[in-house]
Design a protein around this ligand. Structure first.
Ligand code: ADP
Ligand code: MG
Length: 673
């Protein structure tokens, strides 16, 4: 009998045999996170249960990759393994599936770190994003490697036996858990380096104990794993000699897909390869495959996913999914070296024949060859996106919805390709309010040759944009205006100055060239009003100008021709950045009732309040924030009340409240007057 020692703290308990020479089994509790994950995962993944095999095969393949890579640089490795392989055995009698590899293995500490806790892995990201809603969670699964714990979807007990190839690591370890909160660890005898995982299938998953079925799953999810995968049935009734004599045939196609000629690869093969690479259960929207020969040779296979991972828009730094191989040996995830941020949704493989195998990240950083490959990756990615654009239809619209925002970052990040990227962007506009429906080329085509600019308006959202006083002049002239409502748009317009020779101009700009004004301003009256308002507002504004374009609204903010737009200020402020102080220019609609009334009034208090309200209104409409919202509301109430008095009792003077600010009581008593 083994002695069991319960050890929930992570103190280092005695391991190795005890005084009687019996092995000690140490029991540990999972991290709270693991516990939570296991419970959620089993529910959320139930209908996708087969992916556990993909995850375990992918871990085995990673372990083989790691061993192969490490063997290049580390002569102390214990393994002289010549035949890297993944073995899957189906043991119907013991209700067991066994997945074994001769890869890098794990030390005892690694087992604890990687399997008892959630290390930095797909699993951790998955856990963070779980919403607790099964339907949503199940949809997200495709976006992650969900990892080792997926074994518990189908198993009521999992046994891991492993031995690390690292120099000096001579003990093997057994990890056992029923996935309910605890696991045990024990030192065991095990000769070969590598990992063996036993899945004891729960009763309702024993239909998986069928070698043909398992082969089918492997081919479906893992066909292009670059190590041979063997599936065998362990049946005591079987004559063993049969398996011994016939040479085994791997279930999968181990020739790296990207090394094969394009003409020999079917769409299904590309799609399946993409699934294994990305974990995405949806087919890719497009792919591009090239073999480049010459003094520098490389192959490149790139995919455009059809759906975005959940964190794509904001998680700009977490880039993975572009794998670098050197002569078919996996070296590393090199998205950071090979893909600019704005293309972080691209997935794929680059295989170089010329980089040295023992290349390090540092060397990669400034390798001229890699710079060349990177330029090719960018060019081919943009080609691929352009092709999707040419085909149009729903896939292209979906691309816009999923990735259009991220692509916009390219205008800022990649000035060399600015015009190309600009050609791929889509926006909403006053003509077509559907999001992502108008390209700059569409705009110019509609605007005609005589158009002098591409007009745009940045705003927080579409309804705010459409209600903006800045658009009045454009509506009346039937000039289309792009409505830019993504946060990134505020930056975009500071970097994209023109498209096909036409300047991009803000509809909110004060320098609007209007040949035939909508407003014929009595210049004397205009000057008089502007002067009075400027005097009342003092330092709060730069200039006050009579508007030649406003027809309905009383006032609006005129944007500086160059400089930060209001949108940008707001975003920076929200991000906690210091925004330089700024005095907006105010445009006033002289013919508006309010302004006319102001002109007639000689009551200074009334005019001062009205002037403040005209400015605050304009700021509000532009999505700006008021420094003093309470003051604004009070002023509006006072003006409303005095208006009510003026119409209720002709004689009442709006100036009678000179004695002090009105409070709620006095305004309600004014209502009753
Ligand atoms: P991920 O593969 O995304 O890192 P997993 O949950 O699939 O997350 O695996 C967790 C970790 O456990 C791996 O990163 C690896 O270090 C270790 N591991 C899992 N399976 C094996 C294996 N067959 N051989 C060696 N290490 C393994
Ligand atoms: Mg994994």
């Amino acid at each position: 009998m083994n002695q069991t020692q319960t050890e929930n703290q992570n103190e280092n308990p005695a391991d190795g045999p005890n005084a009687n020479g019996e092995p000690v089994i140490e029991t540990r509790a999972f991290d709270a996170e693991v516990h939570q994950l296991l419970k959620l995962m089993i529910n959320a993944l139930y209908s996708n249960r087969e992916i556990f095999l993909r995850e375990l095969v992918s871990n085995a393949s990673d372990a083989l990759d790691k061993l192969r890579f490490q063997a290049l640089t580390d002569s102390g490795l214990q393994s002289a393994e010549q035949n890297p392989a993944i073995e899957i055995s189906v043991d119907a009698e013991k209700h067991m599936l066994v997945i074994e590899d001769n890869g890098i293995g794990m030390t005892r500490d690694e087992v604890v770190d990687h399997i008892g806790t959630i290390a930095r892995s797909g699993t951790a990201r998955f856990l963070e994003s779980l919403s607790g809603d099964q339907k949503t969670d199940a949809k997200m699964i495709g976006q992650f490697g969900v990892g080792f714990y997926s074994a518990f979807i189908v198993s009521d007990k999992v046994v891991v036996e492993t031995r690390s190839a690292s120099a000096g690591s001579d003990e093997a370890v057994r990890w056992v858990s029923d996935g309910k909160g605890e696991y045990t660890l024990e030192t065991i005898e095990r000769e070969p380096v590598g990992t063996r995982i036993e899945l004891h299938l729960a009763e309702d998953h024993r239909d998986l104990l069928d070698a043909e079925r398992v082969k089918g799953i492997v081919q479906h999810y893992s066909n292009h794993v670059s190590f041979p995968i063997y599936v065998q049935s362990i049946d005591p009734a079987d004559d063993e000699s049969e398996t011994e004599s016939t040479p085994r045939k791997s279930v999968n196609d181990t020739q790296a897909l990207w090394t094969r000629p394009k003409t020999e690869i079917s769409d299904d093969e590309y799609t399946e390869f993409y699934g294994g690479l990305s974990g995405d259960l949806q087919a890719p929207a497009k792919w591009t495959h090239h073999h480049v020969e010459g003094n520098q040779s490389y192959s490149m296979l790139l995919f455009l996913p059809s759906q975005a991972p959940y964190d794509l828009a904001w998680n700009r730094d977490d880039r993975h999914g572009l794998k670098l191989y050197i002569q078919r040996v996996f070296i590393m995830d090199a998205a950071e070296q090979l893909l600019p941020r704005y293309l972080r949704f691209v997935r794929g493989v680059v295989d170089s024949a010329d980089l040295p195998l023992n290349v390090s990240r540092e060397i990669l950083q400034d390798s001229p060859l890699l710079t060349k490959i990177r330029a090719a990756v960018v060019r081919r990615s943009l080609d691929m996106i352009e092709k999707l654009a040419e085909q149009g239809g729903e896939p292209w619209q979906q691309f816009q919805r999923e990735f259009g925002n991220v692509l916009k970052e390219g205008i800022i990040e990649d000035p060399d390709n600015r015009e190309r990227i600009a050609g791929l962007l889509h926006f909403a506009s006053t003509t077509s309010t559907q999001p992502y429906s108008v390209s700059l080329a569409d705009y110019l085509e509609r605007a005609g040759d005589e158009a002098d600019a591409v007009w745009y308006l940045t705003a927080e959202n579409q309804s705010q944009a459409l209600a903006s006083p800045h658009l009045e002049a454009f509506f009346s002239r039937q000039v289309e205006v792009l409505l830019l409502t993504d946060p990134v748009d505020a930056w975009l317009v500071n970097h994209l100055f023109e498209y096909q020779g036409k300047p991009l101009k803000s509809a909110a700009s004060g320098q609007l060239d209007i040949d035939e004004p909508d407003q014929v301003v009595d210049s004397k009256q205009g000057e008089r009003l502007a002067g009075r308002i400027k005097k009342a507002l003092g330092d709060r504004v730069g200039n006050v100008l009579p508007s030649r374009r406003l027809t309905e609204s009383a006032s609006c903010i005129a944007e500086e021709a160059s400089g930060m737009n209001l949108q940008m200020r707001r975003i920076l402020k929200q991000a906690g950045q210091d925004v330089p102080e700024y005095k907006p220019d105010l445009e006033i609609n002289v013919s508006h009732d309010l302004l006319q009334r102001l002109d007639r009034s000689d009551d200074d208090v009334y005019s001062a309040e009205l002037a403040q309200v005209l400015l605050d209104q304009a700021l509000l409409i532009d999505g700006g924030e008021l420094a003093d919202p309470t003051g604004f509301v009070k002023r509006v109430n006072r003006l409303l009340a005095s208006g009510a008095e003026a119409s209720g009792a002709e004689s009442a003077s709006p100036g009678r409240r000179e004695s002090g600010p009105a409070d709620e009581t006095s305004s309600s008593s004014a209502d009753q007057a």
